[in-house]
Design a protein around this ligand. Structure first.
Ligand SMILES: [Zn+2]
Length: 482
């Protein structure tokens, strides 16, 4: 308990001032809860804070995997009214959480604690159901504006809660934090509903529904054994034996079905594990596992070892592991980007770019390969490569205008080419894709002042700026109406 509360207040202290100002006007709130638009904007705002947090895991392969898994479940929601976005927070505490607006976060600790993919999917399905049933909006809707501000700043802290056992703190403050946090806990009715709907999603998406019960049961046992260090999940999602029995009763009626884990599930977990502890510790852990022979798939262990070696700057050994992976017949976009990273570490950005371009032909839909290819071209340097990267970005950004990373990569290259107007324009689109209208407008104002574009470019900036300002005006008006 103590460890949890300390982490919570530590971040709350730094998050509070920004929140007090940045909170959207919640005049829009309805009696029964927040409207969908208000909820989404609130979620986007929390995400902006979270993305800046060092614990936010900005790894396109890991984030891409969890998002794909989440979308597979979310696509089973009938009559879905909103979109979802799934992301990972680097934190050893077992936790997962839904934010307003369809943003669902999972701690890396929880991904590692899952024994199979159905268990992980079970937790996601439960969170998705909290969102589709507007549980959060209903919780928030009960609070006054002032209460909401302090609740949300704490919520962010809880959600991002990094464990920091070194911070001592007064009992009164800790008590207050727990009090506020309890208002954010889901009620037992909400939990039961999320379990029931989550189970349906899990099954419809082709996972083993037993995954949900087995994982919850282990978390509950873990909570009893380690009272001081219980899974944070248990605090926001009150878990009881009664709840588990409920799930088990529902499952008992279903036929047994064995669902094999995806290759990606194992590789993503190995990559997460490679980043635990010091690089030396990670290498030692994988080496010991290889020696012991205790693993289901050798390729997963070697893949983790290669990443740990790369992290420890032991390039030759990491390259040997990649060669071993190829001999084992491991075919995955994750091996390709690992091989490319090694080439780049060797100073061969051209080679990395060639390898990634070939890999993209085999896996055309893997975003992580696209981002890596652009980075490799930028790493190769020279105006010709930068221009190639730019034209690739132009094509891709048109296909997926909502991809903030592409716009940000574009802004970085344009900055290197000394194109200031275009740089700010691209940065504006990056902010817009993250739902940050104010910053997008700011960037367009900068683009206007840059003075290095032709007449055509300048009028495009003007048009976009006028459009965004109009959007801002409409938002403000909508808030005042209520
Ligand atoms: Zn729950």
């Amino acid at each position: 308990m103590k460890r949890f509360v300390c982490g919570l207040l530590l971040c709350a202290a730094c998050a509070l001032p920004a929140w007090a100002e940045g909170l959207p006007d919640l005049g829009e709130m309805e009696r029964g809860g927040l409207s969908l638009t208000a909820e989404r904007r609130l979620g986007e705002q929390i995400m902006r804070e979270l993305r800046r947090d060092p614990a936010y895991l900005d790894d396109p392969e890991i984030a891409g995997y969890i998002d794909k898994l989440g979308q597979r479940l979310a696509s089973q929601v009938e009559g879905a009214r909103q979109s979802f976005e799934f992301f990972v927070v680097r934190d050893a505490l077992l936790n997962a959480f839904a934010l307003p607006g369809g943003f669902v976060g999972v701690h890396s600790g929880l991904i590692l604690a899952a024994r199979n993919e159905s268990e992980l999917a079970g937790v996601l399905a439960h969170e998705i159901s909290h969102v589709t049933q507007s549980h959060l909006a209903r919780l928030f809707g009960k609070q006054s504006q002032a209460q909401l501000a302090s609740l949300l700043s704490l919520a962010v802290a809880i959600l991002a809660a990094r464990s920091n056992p070194d911070v001592a703190m007064g009992a009164a403050m800790a008590g207050q934090a727990v009090g506020i946090q309890q208002q954010l806990n889901y009620s037992r009715d909400f939990e039961r509903e999320a379990d029931r709907l989550g189970l349906d999603l899990l099954e419809r998406a082709g996972f083993d529904p037993r995954g949900m019960a087995s994982f919850f049961e282990r978390m509950l046992q873990f909570g009893r054994l380690y009272e001081n260090n219980a899974p944070a999940y248990l605090r926001t999602h009150p878990l009881t034996t009664e709840r588990i029995t409920d799930i088990e009763n529902r499952i008992a009626l279903k036929p047994y079905k064995q669902v094999p884990d995806s290759l990606e599930f194992g590789l993503v977990r190995a990559k997460l594990k490679a980043w635990e502890g010091t690089p030396g510790e990670a290498v030692a852990a994988f080496t010991a596992q290889l020696r012991s022979g205790k693993y289901a798939r050798e390729a997963e262990v070697r893949f983790g070892l290669a990443h740990a070696l790369l992290r420890d700057h032991r390039l030759a050994e990491a390259e040997r592991e990649v060669a071993a992976l190829r001999r084992l017949g491991l075919e995955s976009p994750l091996t390709e980007s690992l091989a490319a990273q090694l080439l780049q570490k060797r100073g061969d950005a051209e080679g990395a770019a060639r390898l990634l371009a070939a890999a993209r032909e085999r896996y055309p839909h893997e975003r992580a390969l696209l981002y890596a290819l652009i980075e490799a071209k930028v790493g190769a340097g020279g105006t010709a490569r930068l221009r190639e990267a730019l034209s690739l970005l132009d094509t891709e950004a048109q296909l997926s205008p909502g991809d903030a990373r592409l716009h940000a990569q574009k802004a970085k290259i344009l900055a290197r080419l000394g194109k200031r107007l275009a740089q700010h324009r691209a940065q504006a689109e990056a902010y817009l894709a993250e739902g940050d209208l104010d910053r997008a407008i700011e960037q367009l104002e900068l683009a206007r002042k840059a003075g290095d574009g032709d007449f055509y470019e300048a009028s495009q900036v003007d048009a976009r700026l006028a459009e965004l300002k109009q959007r801002k005006l409409e938002e403000t008006r909508r808030e005042r109406r209520f």
